[in-house]
Design a protein around this ligand. Structure first.
Ligand SMILES: C[S@@+](CC[C@H](N)C(=O)[O-])C[C@H]1O[C@@H](n2cnc3c(N)ncnc32)[C@H](O)[C@@H]1O
Length: 234
């Protein structure tokens, strides 16, 4: 009898992995370092223009901790870094090992800092990961609760024109594994319009003081524009 053909064993393809689980290792090289130069320039411009005191700070969605390290190098103390990705946080810890910065593994939709701070930053499209407006409202309310009276928050978002319908951009980042398998990270981000952002701050305890279009890094599709906002807790 001829041997029964054995079907080839399919190479298992791991499914989706959480955002930044794999890209954390290459984030700085691919994006983070370039983003930081830009974020720092924009931040220092706003800081000077609005005389933002740097006495204590928290960087929400701190990623690999580059902005945390920058704030510590400028003498801000304490500085907290908060992120929901353990992979990004482990990079942040390594980068800030000896500088006294502190880190929290938290989702910003349930932000609980140990104490209020004078400055809260949330940069490079972190808030675009909130996919529904109610989450954005919750985040701003929590930002206000985490700020000292008179404290400031600087956050940026990729925005869409007010007349354009809301959309969520889903980017699948495919990653090749060493054994020939591939996996992918899914990054889903919602583009909000500026009026939606303004509406989400209403009743939060934050007062918007400035919104600037920023250039220098390519925002995601459909006429999206990155806007940096400055708000103050009264
Ligand atoms: C594009 S990275 C920006 C990182 C850093 N702010 C920077 O400028 O390089 C977005 C970061 O936000 C974090 N993030 C996204 N959604 C979050 C959430 N709901 N709570 C906490 N962190 C979140 C991600 O894990 C990631 O580290």
């Amino acid at each position: 009898m001829p041997p029964t053909p054995v079907p080839p064993t399919p190479v298992p393809t791991p499914g989706p992995v959480p955002a930044y689980a794999r890209t954390a290792a290459v984030y700085d090289e691919l994006l983070g370092d370039r983003a930081f130069d830009h974020l720092r320039a924009v931040f220092e411009e706003l800081e000077g223009r609005h005389r933002i005191p740097l006495t204590s700070a928290a960087d929400i969605g701190c990623g690999t901790g580059t902005f945390v390290a920058y704030l510590r190098a400028r003498g801000v103390r304490p500085v907290w870094g908060v992120d929901r990705s353990p992979h990004m946080l482990s990079r942040a810890l390594a980068k800030n090992r000896a500088n006294g910065a502190r880190f929290l593994l938290q989702d910003l939709r349930a932000l609980r800092l140990p104490h209020q701070v004078a400055l809260l930053t949330c940069q490079f499209d972190t808030l675009n990961y909130l996919l529904v407006p109610t989450e954005l409202r919750t985040a701003f309310r929590d930002f206000a609760r985490s700020l000292q009276p008179g404290g400031h928050t600087v956050f940026d978002m990729v925005t869409r024109p007010a007349g354009q319908p809301p959309y969520v951009r889903v980017a699948r980042v495919r990653l090749a594994g060493p054994d020939g398998t591939s996996s992918y990270e899914t990054h889903a981000q919602r583009a909000y319009s500026v009026p939606e952002v303004v509406a989400a701050t209403a009743g939060s305890g934050l007062r918007l003081r400035a919104a600037h279009r920023v250039r220098g890094l390519r925002p995601g599709g459909r006429q999206a524009v990155r806007v940096v906002f400055l708000a103050r807790k009264d």
